[in-house]
Design a protein around this ligand. Structure first.
Ligand code: AMP
Ligand code: ZN
Length: 474
């Protein structure tokens, strides 16, 4: 049976006990990346904290089904309906087709996503796969009187709702109304300033690359419709948890709720999990700012991607987090010390199941306290300090790492192996690796292969990885 689990619900603005629609099961939807550029480490912070939520729920005994979309059409350069399509802008920038851009950045995204220890979502669906579903939802919204056609586009009519700003307090509602009024690029087709586009046939950008036939003419979907449709396609008419970054709350999630509940005629999603931003000294990290710091770049600079995960897990997901290389260097030192301590544990001996349960309960309770990952890490240190035998400690570390995903045991094993390597052999291997790199640079592949084979004969296997050449004794 699944255990009690609580976290902050942005809809009710309270930490609430999670009660799923179906006992023991969780349906979860995550807004995926807009694939016109690399995902920066800020985006990846959001996905690390969502991964921690998935794994914490799993640790508490739930079976989680997670769906993620890929935004490959419709997201304009402003989150409101103004500006150019981000995908088209990316394609123009790189002189490629929109689909080439989408494929390239989707692959890059999932490489970084997995490198930081995230579990792949159960379903990944690009928006361009679901055009018939979008058209169907828009047709129903038109039939029910929640949408209207103007100037060639289809708009959602927000005045039909009693409460459009569902996430906001009354003060915030006023601020938002002022903000929306001040929007400089006014669309004269809209009946209300908060109305949003469901389907575009008329855009200022006539060279829109991806277009589909629809009952309203050839065009393309608005951004918000994709998440409602993709979620319902895979998770049904009622959803347990919807995740995103805080910037998604308005207008994206507000609009998702408006159209979904109008379409369905009943409540849609009960729990909304929003994580806060990663900032650098210049402010919020943003893809549109140009040069982006990615997980791959961190790896090229020699950081283990799990050090970045550790950095994220040490702070609470609802607080903004400031990134700097100084802090990352400190985190790396702490991570390395942690690995060293785990590597010193001796696996032999009997595991005390009673002690293990006690710590597992504490760990689960910390996570159930609004996903308090830093407290969960403190409990990991408590285990290492505790008066327990090594086998018990190791077994608890292994269990905690199903949530933390810091590869504590794997890295510790590697450290012990490295420590047992004869320093003379290590020196020789590193020299040979350098020689091989030179040979490869000079396109002398025969020498490069000969070096690899010679090392293999000595029981040393070398592998070319994205983090550089790795070697191990076989
Ligand atoms: P995007 O690819 O721009 O649609 O963003 C992907 C995810 O990253 C969304 O859930 C955003 O809310 C989130 N996000 C955007 N900027 C940041 C940031 N600076 N820090 C953390 N998450 C972010
Ligand atoms: Zn979304």
């Amino acid at each position: 049976m699944a255990e009690k689990f609580s976290f902050y619900n942005s809809l009710t603005r309270k930490v609430e006990e999670f009660v799923p629609l179906e006992p023991g099961k969780v349906s979860m939807y995550t807004c995926g990346p807009t694939v016109y550029h690399y995902a920066h480490i800020g985006n990846i912070r959001t996905y690390i904290m969502q991964d921690a939520l998935v794994k914490a729920l799993t640790y508490a005994g739930y079976e989680v089904k997670r769906v993620m979309n890929i935004t490959d059409v419709g997201h304009l350069s402003s989150d409101a309906d103004t500006g150019e399509d981000k995908m088209l802008a990316g394609a123009k920038r790189e002189h490629k087709s929109v689909m080439e851009i989408a494929k390239f950045y989707t692959d890059a995204f999932f490489r970084d996503f997995e490198a930081v220890g995230n579990k792949m979502p159960d379903v990944i669906e690009p928006a361009t796969n679901c055009i018939p579903e979008f058209i169907h939802m828009i047709e129903v919204l038109l039939q029910k009187g929640y949408a209207y056609q103007a100037g060639g586009n289809i708009y959602f009519d927000t005045s039909k709702l009693d409460d459009y700003y569902v996430f906001s307090s009354s003060v915030e509602k006023e601020e938002l109304q002022i903000g929306v009024r001040d929007d400089v690029e006014e669309d004269i087709n809209k009946k209300n300033k908060t109305d949003f586009v469901l389907w575009f046939t008329k855009s200022k950008f006539e060279d829109q690359a991806l277009k589909w036939d629809s009952p309203w003419g050839v065009g393309y979907p608005g951004w918000h419709i994709e998440c409602s449709c993709i979620s319902m396609k895979h998770l049904g008419d009622r959803l347990d948890i919807h995740c995103g970054g805080v910037d998604n709350i308005f207008p994206h999630h507000t609009n998702e709720i408006a159209q979904s509940e109008s379409y369905l005629g009943h409540d849609w999603c009960r729990y909304w999990f929003h994580s806060n931003h990663l900032n650098d000294r210049a402010g919020k990290m943003s893809k549109s700012k140009g040069a982006v710091l990615t997980v791959s770049v961190l790896m090229e600079k020699g950081y283990d991607p799990l050090v970045y995960r550790f950095f994220c897990l040490q702070s609470h997901y609802r607080k903004p987090l400031e990134f700097s290389f100084d802090v990352l260097d400190n985190t790396r030192a702490t991570y390395n010390k942690l690995i060293k301590r785990v590597s010193e544990l001796n696996a032999r001996g009997e595991v005390s199941e009673e002690a293990k349960k006690e710590y597992m309960d504490r760990f689960r309770e910390a996570l159930s306290d609004d996903l308090n990952t830093s407290m969960a890490i403190t409990i990991l240190y408590d285990v290492l300090k505790a008066d327990l035998d090594d086998a018990t400690k190791l077994s608890i570390v292994e269990s905690f790492d199903t949530v933390l995903s810091l590869d504590l045991i794997g890295h510790a094993k590697k450290l012990s192996e490295d420590a047992s390597v004869d320093p003379e052999l290590e020196k020789y291997v590193l020299e040979q690796i350098a020689k091989r790199a030179e040979a490869k640079k000079a396109k002398d592949f025969a020498t490069a292969d000969a070096i690899r084979n010679e090392l293999l004969e000595k029981g040393v296997e070398i592998k070319d990885t994205r983090e550089g050449v790795k070697w191990q004794l076989i």
